[in-house]
Design a binder for this molecule. Structure first.
Ligand code: FAD
Length: 448
């Protein structure tokens, strides 16, 4: 009998499981169910239309319509909610129908974290997590009657939203409850470079204070951060995302301390502490292992979801792939600056009792004889044995590939001296002969 594979959810994770299965399947019957209408939408691209860059619209971010999958024999169901999973019967409930599976993949993703403050239901409060709320947010941003905006949460998505609002001539204030912007990926000194840049272009900040209420009568009129009220007719909530695990939890799947589905090396889920051999999970809804701390983490990046999807798909087809501990490589453009990070920050190191030695350098990113060359600031964190455990780079030049290289160095346990004494590729158009990496390592070695 053909193997019945059911995938719940089709964001980055569900779609990539499906795409990999389609490349490698034999005679499996594949069913995919998702709540939204579009089969595959690029959530990662949402900021481009919101900021009106590259001439992109939200419609351009449709990567696949359901028909493309149906034509390949997939039972792809959109606009449908899965309401229950029965792990004993190997079945799910959706749209009044019971569907049996031999293998189940849970890829239910994320939901925007809504802080417990008053006023989140008011008209003018927006979130940015998928094509549906992005469309509503886009309308609010483009509404010329709305002049004042507050963004609650100064992480990657919040800062992207702030720029989108500024581009439409709104007066923008970002409220961040932590002591610096992008606290999940940047140290305070690196974060200050981003804040300086955003202040230069006109964004205001309230830092180290939480938003305590959204005020208004039916619609947003202001936002209070402890003792300050800012006038606003739009409030964008970008205070993070939570794993969407209600369905899994109700079915009895184990949920971890960070609120995500607990997964093992092969991305099987657990029930009562025991792995289920035919149920997997992938994407923003799962907890994985942090490669530096060896503790559970929520990565919640499309890049991680796509890598997890390959492991799940391979194992679904009978393979024995293992998802490697993750170093959370991240890259994001903010107002002409490219920010890329990998591994742990100083504050995460402190949280886990890892003492770090930092090395930092700023210089031009590539040979000065090229017109318009920009600076790069690179910060590298080493543990007391000299092993690289984290890096953060900010530049007007591309930095993402540098982070991938440093990720491999972290993964392979390279130490500062090994990195310093290995010859590096020299291409004058992308780096210097004595590159910023060498200066940052040298700076750290002086302190070891
Ligand atoms: C603005 C923005 C920019 C981003 N930029 C980047 C980037 O540059 N790089 C990067 O790596 N990451 C980026 N991310 C993160 C990335 O988008 C997410 O990690 C990724 O989308 C998560 O995919 P997912 O499949 O796990 O979950 P989701 O995209 O949340 O998909 C979950 C799916 O599950 C379905 N579902 C849930 N419950 C049910 C149910 N009961 N029944 C049926 N279906 C259900 C939903 O309908 C949906 O289809 C960005 C995120 C945002 C919001």
């Amino acid at each position: 009998m053909e193997k019945r594979i059911v995938i719940i959810g089709a964001g980055v994770a569900g779609n990539n499981v499906l795409l990999f299965l389609l490349e490698n399947r034999k005679d499996e019957k594949i069913t995919v169910l998702k709540k939204e209408e579009i089969a595959y939408f690029s959530t990662c691209g949402i900021m481009y239309p919101l900021q009106e860059v590259h001439g992109l619209t939200l419609k351009n971010l449709v990567l696949k319509e359901a028909k493309a999958y149906v034509d390949q024999g997939v039972d792809f169901r959109t606009s449908i909610e899965v309401t229950g999973i029965n792990l004993d019967e190997n079945s799910i409930d959706a749209g009044g129908e019971k569907l049996n599976y031999d293998v189940l993949v849970i890829a239910t993703g994320k939901k925007p974290f809504i802080p417990e403050i008053s006023g989140t239901e008011l008209e003018g409060v927006c979130t940015i997590s998928n094509e549906i709320d992005a469309e509503l947010t886009e309308k609010a941003i483009k509404d010329e009657k709305k002049k004042n905006a507050v963004v609650i949460g100064g992480g990657m998505i919040g800062l992207g939203a702030a720029i989108a609002l500024l581009n439409k001539n709104k007066k923008v204030t970002v409220i961040e409850k932590n002591s610096h912007l992008m606290p999940a990926i940047l140290d305070p000194d690196m974060s200050a470079l981003v804040k300086d840049r955003l202040e230069e272009i006109g964004i205001k900040f309230i830092i180290d204070k939480p938003a305590t209420s959204i005020n208004g009568n039916g619609k947003v009129e202001g936002v209070t951060a402890v003792d300050e009220e800012i006038q606003a007719d739009i409030a964008i909530l970008t205070a993070g995302v939570s794993p969407n695990v209600d369905l899994a939890r109700n079915a009895g799947v184990d949920i971890g301390e960070l609120g995500g589905i607990v997964t093992g090396p092969g991305l099987h889920v657990k029930r009562n502490g025991k792995y289920l051999s035919n149920v997997y999970a992938a994407g923003d809804c799962i907890e994985i292992i942090d490669g530096v701390t060896n503790r559970s983490m929520l990565c919640q990046m499309g890049s991680a979801g796509a890598a997890e999807a390959k492991v799940v798909a391979d194992n679904t087809l009978g393979g024995s792939s293992v998802f490697e501990p993750c170093f959370a490589p991240t890259s994001i453009p903010v107002a002409g600056l490219n920010i890329a990070t990998v591994g742990i920050t100083s504050s995460k190191a402190a949280e886990y009792g890892i003492q770090v030695i930092e090395g930092k350098a700023t210089k031009i990113a590539r040979s000065g004889y090229f017109p318009g060359v920009k600076n790069i600031t690179l910060k590298m964190l080493f543990d007391t044995t000299g092993r690289l455990v984290g890096a953060q780079a900010i530049s007007g030049e591309p930095v993402a590939e540098r982070m991938n290289t440093l990720m491999y160095a972290i993964k392979n346990g390279m130490n500062a001296k090994e990195m310093l004494y290995m010859p590096r590729v020299f291409d004058a158009s992308v780096a210097l002969l004595v590159d910023v990496t060498i200066n940052a390592i040298t700076d750290a070695l002086k302190k070891m």
